[in-house]
Design a protein around this ligand. Structure first.
Ligand SMILES: *Cc1c(COP(=O)(O)O)cnc(C)c1O
Length: 456
């Protein structure tokens, strides 16, 4: 067994050395995918009867496979919604794994769940939702949205008249694809308010007023977006809240991307009305500097979520007894066994303090405004709309969709930057435009200048 111990020590050193290097590198190599056939040729068989050994497997990962991935925290990765986990959070992600804590029930996870709840309390305070509002960490925004929508639908179903009726929810076309996808999961219909700009209370009311009595009875939830993923647009949350209160339907705010901006004084007022939501989704793995994966769902009245989600089972009863002494995360979202995925956020918050978070989010907003200014000053470029939160949509005059696409691939192939085009609704059709989304406070004005220059 002695040999095995030495091998284990060497492997541990290799892995930890790699992790430390990666965590401290602020400008990692911008990798790109290879085909499966190419990767297969490079690495051969990796899962075999006798194993290829940790050293070899790790070598393949470090020297070949990880290079076929895109480090989403690269300062010139401005596509989709990037990420920029803090070192403290990443380190604690390692600690979370090493600690083997079951995060479903207080009975087993008390000390860790306590930490998650400290971080959750901060998220709740950012929204301004009144007591007893609280929430849980999920695997991401999709799971958070699903958990919230199930809670909404179950509440509506409590009315015997709705027992065999298919639910209907209302959202706007700017809503994230996961809303429509989760509607399929829970088998409800979606009605879209036809605007990619902010959904107003008036527009929502108009849509509701057009429904016939049967359709109106099916409406169980309205989903507003607190920062659309495409353009950073925040719906008129106060206006939507008012309509939902009047109509007595569940009001969900999907702030998976934008939720981090609740910490930023410069834009906080744009979210007014979020405190009236029945549920809110925020993804700490987007704009709150947590590693993947970490989402969160917050409820105005957690008991309503518990009614929808608490699982029964004879072997689970003991947890419930003990659980009476504490908070059981499994009761409030769709997952039973769960990683304590709020723990890295907690450690990072405890390390840096909430003011540092506010600063880091403001940096993203600042970068968007800098980019906006540079674009306006550039003769070949044009803003599609004012920057919103940390998103900037802009066009390169005279470019076709193919030009944008070629430009994206050229910059990515060169290992220089990853900026992808998107589509923006213009009257009757969609225009292909370029898009920045800033998250990483290490991105610089020079990075933006260089990217814009590559469009000349
Ligand atoms: C990213 C995003 C989601 C989905 O979140 P995942 O963490 O990717 O599951 C949902 N809604 C909005 C607004 C988003 O930006």
């Amino acid at each position: 067994m002695h040999d095995i111990d030495i091998e284990m020590v060497e492997m541990t050193l290799d892995v930890v050395k790699y992790a430390i290097n990666r965590i401290t590198k602020t400008n990692p190599e911008l990798g790109k995918p290879k085909t499966e056939a190419e990767l297969r040729q490079l690495v051969g068989e990796t899962v075999t009867n006798r194993g290829i050994g940790g050293e070899k497997a790790f070598e393949l990962f470090r020297d070949v496979l990880v290079k076929a991935t895109v480090p989403i925290d690269h300062p010139r990765h401005l596509a989709f919604v990037p990420a920029a986990p803090t070192r403290a959070a990443i380190l604690f992600d390692l600690v979370t794994s090493a600690s083997s804590i079951h995060g479903a029930y207080w009975m087993e996870g008390a000390g860790g769940i306590f930490c998650e709840n400290e971080a959750m309390q901060w998220l709740v305070s950012l929204t301004g939702m009144p007591k007893p509002a609280f929430g849980v960490f999920t695997s991401g925004g999709t799971a958070a949205n699903l958990s919230a929508l199930v809670a909404a639908r179950e509440k509506w179903r409590k009315n015997p008249k709705n027992q065999n009726v298919k639910g209907l929810m209302i959202t706007a076309i700017g809503a994230h694809s996961s809303i429509k996808a989760m509607a399929k999961v829970i088998d409800v219909d979606v009605l879209l308010v036809d605007t990619e700009d902010a959904m107003s209370g008036t527009a929502l009311q108009t849509v509701i007023n057009r429904l016939n009595a049967e359709q109106r009875a099916r409406v169980f939830a309205v989903v507003a977006t607190g920062g659309t993923t495409n353009a950073g647009i925040i719906d008129d949350l106060a206006g939507v809240a008012e309509v939902c209160e009047r109509e007595q339907v569940w009001f969900h705010v999907d702030a998976a991307y934008g939720g981090g901006a609740l910490a930023a004084k410069s834009v906080r007022h744009l979210f007014n009305g979020i405190e009236r939501a029945d549920s809110v989704t925020i993804d700490p793995h987007k704009w709150l500097f947590s590693p993947y994966d970490c989402g969160a769902v917050l409820y105005k009245n957690p008991e309503e979520a518990k009614e929808a989600h608490a699982q029964e089972g004879s072997y689970l009863e003991i947890f419930k007894d003990e659980g009476a002494h504490g908070f059981n995360p499994s009761d409030y979202q769709i997952q039973l066994t769960r990683r304590l995925r709020g723990l890295p956020l907690w450690y990072s918050l405890a390390t840096h303090g909430t003011e540092k978070y506010a600063w880091a989010v403001e940096e993203g907003i600042k970068l968007a405004n800098i980019a906006g200014k540079l674009i306006m000053e550039h003769p070949l470029l044009e803003l599609v709309r004012e920057p919103s939160l940390s998103c900037v949509l802009y066009r390169r005059k005279g470019w076709t969709p193919t030009d944008y696409r070629n430009w994206t691939y050229k910059n990515h192939d060169a290992g220089f930057a990853l900026v992808t085009p998107t589509k923006w609704k213009t009257g009757s059709g969609y225009e292909t435009v370029s898009r920045f989304c800033f998250i990483n406070p290490d991105t610089t004005e020079e990075d933006i200048v260089a990217i814009l220059k590559s469009m000349e």
